[in-house]
Design a binder for this molecule. Structure first.
Ligand code: SF4
Ligand code: SF4
Length: 149
């Protein structure tokens, strides 16, 4: 079973089509829309949690790509600015999957992007905003606006 968060960018030609419905019907994937900015005849962006068998989710993503939808894992957009991070550890308590954890005995806060689901809970809790979400060409303000809390 796979539960991951993705950023979908829809070309304007598809903005009127029931693509997400087809995703559920054809590939047996559950979804949860976290953010959406889609208008008729305009390019749209959606942040979506997809849950299902790994193979089904992969097939569903291939289906989306075949329609011209750009699909990116939100986790791939999460970065830590190591120059800002001062190792306070505040983020380790909130990360639900242990992607931010204290490495002992060094007591260093380590970030493992492979474990990260892209939930963004660590972004607002960091006092120096060392955890960053970059959504394509999005500005920091857009990123903060799109942070999922
Ligand atoms: S909360 Fe921010 S400063 Fe503190 S350990 Fe986490 S990333 Fe570093
Ligand atoms: S976005 Fe932050 S809190 Fe969420 S899984 Fe990734 S590292 Fe953990």
């Amino acid at each position: 079973m796979s539960t991951r968060i993705y950023i979908l960018r829809f070309p304007k030609e598809t903005s009127n089509d029931p693509i997400i419905y087809q995703l559920v019907k054809q590939y047996d994937i559950e979804f949860n829309i976290l953010k959406a900015d889609i208008l008729p005849q305009r390019e749209g962006v959606m942040i979506l949690e997809l849950k299902g068998a790994k193979e089904s989710v992969n097939k569903g993503i291939e289906f989306l790509k075949s329609l011209g939808v750009k699909v990116e894992r939100l986790a791939a957009s999460i970065h830590r600015d190591d120059k800002k991070c001062f190792q306070c550890g505040a983020c380790t308590g909130i990360c639900p999957v242990g992607a931010l954890a204290i490495q002992r005995p060094e007591m260093l806060v380590v970030f493992d992007p492979e474990k990260c689901t892209g939930c963004s809970l660590c972004v607002p809790i960091c006092p120096v905003r060392a955890m960053e979400v970059s959504l394509g060409a999005g500005t920091l303000a857009e990123v903060e606006e799109k942070t999922i809390v």
